[in-house]
Design a protein around this ligand. Structure first.
Ligand code: GDP
Ligand code: MG
Length: 357
């Protein structure tokens, strides 16, 4: 799972990214590893994993992870090749969700590319570029799928109609996510690779001591179905340099409640609408695996390995709390709480699953 951090130049993307990488290492709440200068991996904190591992006697813990990518280069005209142009848009295309940093602080020492502070106008600038990029992409895809639909294939027809509806809303400047994906063409979004179908979290980079995002930003987020959090990237950056006790003291002096970074990481997880299931075996790894809410046992197998999915026969399933209270698989099987489920079983958050092949 990848989250792309975007925003206009000087919005505070890198400050926030650096705070995340340092802060995570410090507090241990969200351990981060920087794998490339602009890519950091965060572990999803989940105390259930520890208990599942102990119960089954697993040898190693493998937490779920989420990666944050600092994607620079979005400027006005990017969709027409300005700045990093298409290269930047391609990087966003590979992400599952977008974290959009919006300059809201009024520090005159930080230049704004347009020489004024106007969060809504900035949001519009970015979203216009994404919409324009999607418009072009949709036109191209529609041309291809229209040809396929001439054969009378039901899926191609559904996809064509969806693309036409998407093109119409994009022309009005609205995001593609406003058009529901047709049942008959479930891969339509993935095939298109649109930017405006991705869930968005606005990160309002506010003045020191501000706890709330500007009302206009919150209202816009509600209108487009996006999440929103307020942080001061600068303060979070400073806090990240301190040890936890000092950081707490400084937080109090600024009147900042809780860790802004924790709110950010939490907000990003919520955006992805993920649940977690576990796989764990004695002497083997205990793994926490993120899964799309509503996914089936068969789909869960696919997130482990395509070979396991191809060979799927059935799944042994138990809720993690039940497994822990039973004290292990053998006792759970004896008690009859370890269930056998087929490929269409809808996986629940916290399920411990063994795929039988
Ligand atoms: N006053 C203030 N300055 C900030 C804040 N966040 C970032 N900056 C400053 O804004 C400038 C641009 O930040 P940067 O993270 O490099 O922006 P990016 O271009 O989006 O990556 C830097 O000088 C930062 O120190 C903030 O919350 N408050
Ligand atoms: Mg930067």
């Amino acid at each position: 799972m990848k989250v792309g951090i975007v925003g206009l130049p000087n919005a505070g993307k890198s400050t926030l990214f650096n705070a995340l990488t340092k802060g995570g290492a410090q507090t241990g709440d969200y351990p981060f590893t920087t794998i490339e200068p602009n890519v950091a991996i965060a572990q999803v904190p989940d105390e259930r994993l520890q208990r599942v591992a102990e119960t089954v006697g697993a040898s190693e813990l493998v937490p779920a992870t989420i990666s944050f990518h600092d994607i620079a280069g979005l400027v006005k005209g990017a969709s027409e090749g300005e700045g990093l142009g298409n290269q930047f848009l391609a990087s966003i295309r590979e992400t599952d969700a977008i974290c959009h940093v919006v300059r809201c602080h009024a520090d005159s020492g930080v230049p704004h590319p347009d020489g004024r502070v106007d969060p809504l106008a900035d949001i519009e600038t970015i979203e216009t570029e994404l919409t324009l990029a999607d418009y072009e992409q949709t036109e191209r895809r529609l041309e291809r799928v229209t040809k396929q639909a001439k054969t009378g294939e039901a899926e191609a027809i559904a996809e064509r109609d969806w693309l036409q509806a998407v093109l119409d809303v994009l022309a009005e400047g609205k995001p593609a996510r406003t058009i529901p994906i047709p049942d008959a063409a479930p891969d339509a979004t993935r095939n298109l690779g649109a930017l405006t179908t991705k869930p968005i979290l606005y990160v309002a980079n506010v003045d020191e001591g501000d706890a709330e995002p500007p009302a206009a930003v919150a209202a816009h987020a509600a209108e487009v179905g996006a999440g929103v959090v307020a942080v001061s990237a600068r303060i979070e950056g400073e806090l990240a340099e301190l040890d936890p006790a000092e950081a707490e003291e400084m937080r109090e002096s600024y009147g900042v409640e809780g860790s802004g970074l924790a709110r950010l990481v939490r907000g990003a997880y919520d955006l992805l609408d993920l649940i977690v299931f576990f796989t764990a075996g004695e002497g083997k790894e205990a793994v926490a695996r993120p899964l799309r809410r509503g996914a089936t046992a068969w789909e869960s197998a696919g997130t482990i390995h395509t070979e396991i999915q191809d060979a799927f026969v059935k799944a042994e399933v138990i809720g993690c709390e039940e497994l822990v209270s039973c004290g292990g698989y053998v006792a759970a099987r004896d008690k009859g709480t370890l269930r056998i489920e087929g490929r269409d079983y809808v996986v629940q958050d916290g399920d411990v699953i063994t795929i039988k092949v």
